[in-house]
Design a protein around this ligand. Structure first.
Ligand SMILES: Nc1nc2c(c(=O)[nH]1)N[C@H]1C(S)=C(S)[C@@H](COP(=O)(O)O)O[C@H]1N2
Ligand SMILES: [Mo]
Length: 394
């Protein structure tokens, strides 16, 4: 049986700044554990500490409570577009492995050890670590979380306690934490050492040296068109509204979101929607200085289209980072951090099926093939072999 993994339809994702629990993506490497009775639960803190601690849920909840609005994004978000290019090992995520919530901070530590059983760890629990400096910097807002969007954390998302490391790939936000180890070393287990690393496009499974790359932390600048969906049919001259998200890792804000309705020839600037006031309530002197852990929702409305066309989004973050135009530049064997320009195809209405007339079979066949081509999505390249030109470049 496969562990439970799910991403929401894009059309519901950007209807609100906060992602409801029932549509929040779920990423599990093992079965969701049935956690012991919360009254007997204790979080163990051990390792390089003068005395190991055993902290009850009640005690954790009595500590000062912090609200942080943060976007959790799987490193494999948009992996599907990479696997459409060439086969990849990893779950096929569309652009929906992302969600935003409010979480509650209780402390800051280093290696988080869960209690689920992961195949990759030969049945041992999921674990991951973050640098001590990151965990102990108040500005980094690393949290031990027991509530999400004002409700008790659900089992799927890590009840009773999970970590949330804002601005960092979801893999470091360990769920169902049983133990926190203060350690001299980075976590030496699978998900830190043999996964969630980004290699150049020319590295393959037969020559990958896992220790040659660092464990991924911040995610890069990202943007996605959520509405309309890929492949919708629109008549030429009709007006369409576009909606989506943009997010940058490491607390960087979104400076600009650009949309093109002609596959990148010309660009228009999308409108960034104001964030919820809570995100600004942390006492930073201005918008520039506060960390932006949450995504920015954007829209561009009343756009007149000539169809068929390809609509593209790309964003710029507060450090001036931009997204790569093509997936070729960043393709990697684990299919992580795909942040190339996100494209959708808007189709023109397909012609009605040809009426087969005597002697007219060929015309009908050509028309049908033509319609099929025009109604193809830009991601329909699953079977394409890498071209000679592509391989020659590396
Ligand atoms: N214990 C445990 N924690 C985990 C995982 C897991 O499989 N087990 N998956 C990680 C990954 S890869 C991601 S992207 C996020 C997903 O969090 P969510 O399911 O709450 O959206 O949890 C992280 N924490
Ligand atoms: Mo993930």
């Amino acid at each position: 049986m496969q562990p439970f993994n799910a991403e929401p339809p894009l059309s519901v994702l950007t209807t609100s700044y906060l992602t409801n629990e029932d549509i929040f993506y779920a990423r599990n490497h093992g079965p969701v554990p049935i956690f012991p009775d919360p009254t007997t639960y204790n979080l163990i803190v051990t390792g390089y500490v003068p005395n190991s601690l055993s902290l009850s849920l009640e005690f954790l909840k009595s500590l000062p409570k912090y609200l942080v609005m943060a976007t959790l994004q799987c490193a494999g978000n948009r992996r599907r577009e990479m696997s459409d290019k060439r086969k990849i090992r990893g779950l096929s995520w569309g652009p929906g492995a992302i969600g935003t919530d409010f979480t509650t901070r209780k402390g800051k530590h280093v290696e988080f050890v869960s209690c689920d059983m992961c195949e990759e760890e030969d049945g041992l629990p999921y674990r991951a670590s973050i640098p001590m400096l990151h965990a102990t910097t108040p500005e980094a807002d690393v949290l031990l979380v027991y509530e999400m969007n004002g409700k008790v954390l659900s089992r799927d998302h890590g009840y009773p306690i999970r970590a949330v490391v804002p601005g960092v790939i979801g893999a470091r936000s360990v769920k169902w934490i049983e133990t926190i180890i203060i350690s001299k070393y980075e976590c030496q287990f699978f998900f830190q050492q043999k996964d969630y690393k980004m290699f150049p496009p020319w590295i393959r499974w037969n020559n990958v040296n896992w220790s040659s790359q660092r464990a991924l932390m911040d995610f890069p600048i990202q943007s996605v068109i959520c509405e309309p969906g890929d492949g919708v049919v629109v008549k030429s001259g009709d007006v369409v509204d576009f909606y989506g998200y943009a997010v940058a890792g490491g607390g960087r804000g979104i400076e600009r979101v650009d949309i093109s309705i002609n596959n990148g020839k010309k660009w228009l600037e999308a409108v960034r929607l104001p964030k919820l006031p809570i995100e600004a309530q942390r006492g930073y002197k201005d918008d520039l200085h506060r960390p932006h852990w949450a995504w920015t929702l954007w829209q561009l409305r009343f756009v007149k289209l000539e169809t068929p066309c390809i609509v593209v989004v790309k964003a710029v973050d507060s450090s001036g980072n931009v997204q790569p135009a093509s997936v070729d530049e960043i393709w990697n064997l684990r299919g992580v951090l795909n942040n190339c320009w996100h494209k959708i195809r808007i189709n023109a209405p397909c012609p009605p099926p040809e009426v087969k007339e005597p002697g007219g079979a060929d015309t009908a066949k050509i028309a049908a093939e033509d319609a099929k081509q025009r109604c193809k999505s830009p991601n329909d390249h699953a079977d394409d072999e890498p071209t000679r030109e592509f391989l020659d470049r590396f």
